[in-house]
Write a new protein. Structure first.
Length: 230
C-alpha cells in the first residue's frame, strides 16, 4: 500500500530529475528492485496463497502506474485465478475480494503493457477464468458468508472488525459487528470486480434500486429526527 501510494510522487520526482539531467531513474530503480525480489510464481511470496495474491495485487499497482508489465505475469494471473476457487479459509474479507481484483488487474496489464505473447497468455488465462467462473462465484459467496452478521452487514474478519480503514474510523474497537468498509467490499466491490474480471461490466445488474436509495434516505432522516428528540 505504501509503495503504491507514493508511486505518483516517485514518477513526478523522476520528471524533475530528468529535466535536471540526472543519469538515473527512480522508477527504474524501484522496478529493478521489485523484479529482483519476485518469485517465479509471479508473487512476492514463495507460497501461492491469499497472502501472496494480496501482496501481488497491491504491488502490481506500482507497475501499472509506471506503465510496465510485471515479470512472470502469466504465473501471477494463474495464481490469482486459482485463488478464487481455493479451499483455503479466508481470514479477512480482502482475502476473497483481492483474488478477483488481482485477476482483473494482471490480465488488464498483460493486454495493455505486454507483447503479443503476453496478450496470448492473457487470453489463455482468461479462458480458464471464464470456465471456472460458476464455481468461482459460488465459492466466493460461500466464503463471504463467513463474515456476515445478523444485521445483514459484514465484518472485516470473522470475529471482529477493523476499527479503522485508511485511517478513518468505521466501527468500534474489538466489536463483533459489521462495519462500513467490509460491508461495501462484500457487496458492491466484490461484485464489481467479478463483472470487470469477466469483461461483462456492460451487462451489470444493479445491486441497489431507487427504492433502496429512498429507504436509505428515510432511515437517515429518521435517525436524525430521533436524535433531535432525545
Amino acid at each position: 500500500n505504501t509503495l503504491t501510494a507514493f508511486t505518483n510522487e516517485i514518477i513526478e520526482r523522476d520528471k524533475t530529475l530528468k529535466a535536471e539531467g540526472a543519469d538515473y531513474s527512480l522508477c527504474d530503480i524501484l522496478i529493478e528492485w521489485l523484479n529482483a525480489n519476485q518469485f517465479e510464481n509471479g508473487l512476492w511470496n514463495a507460497e501461492v496463497n491469499y497472502y501472496g495474491v494480496n501482496g501481488r495485487m497491491k504491488i502490481s499497482g506500482v507497475y501499472g502506474k509506471i506503465g510496465v508489465l510485471l515479470p512472470n505475469s502469466k504465473n501471477a494471473a494463474t495464481a490469482a485465478v486459482n485463488a478464487i476457487t481455493t479451499d483455503e479459509v479466508p481470514t479477512a474479507v480482502t482475502s476473497v475480494y483481492n483474488t478477483w481484483y488481482a485477476a482483473e488487474r494482471v490480465l488488464r496489464h498483460m493486454r495493455s503493457f505486454g507483447d503479443q505473447t503476453d496478450k496470448a497468455n492473457a487470453d489463455e488465462v482468461f479462458a480458464m477464468l471464464v470456465e471456472q467462473a460458476p464455481e468461482g462465484i459460488r465459492k466466493t459467496a460461500e466464503k463471504l458468508e463467513v463474515f456476515k452478521k445478523e444485521s445483514g452487514s459484514y465484518s472485516y474478519t470473522k470475529d471482529y472488525s477493523s476499527a479503522r480503514s485508511q485511517g478513518m474510523p468505521v466501527t468500534l474497537d474489538g466489536m463483533a459487528e459489521g462495519d462500513v468498509n467490509a460491508t461495501v467490499i462484500c457487496t458492491s466491490d466484490v461484485v464489481s470486480y467479478i463483472y470487470s474480471a469477466l469483461c461483462i461490466s456492460d451487462y451489470k445488474v444493479p445491486i441497489y434500486t431507487l427504492e433502496d436509495y429512498q429507504r436509505f434516505v428515510y432511515l437517515i432522516e429518521k435517525s436524525i429526527e430521533n436524535a433531535n428528540q432525545s
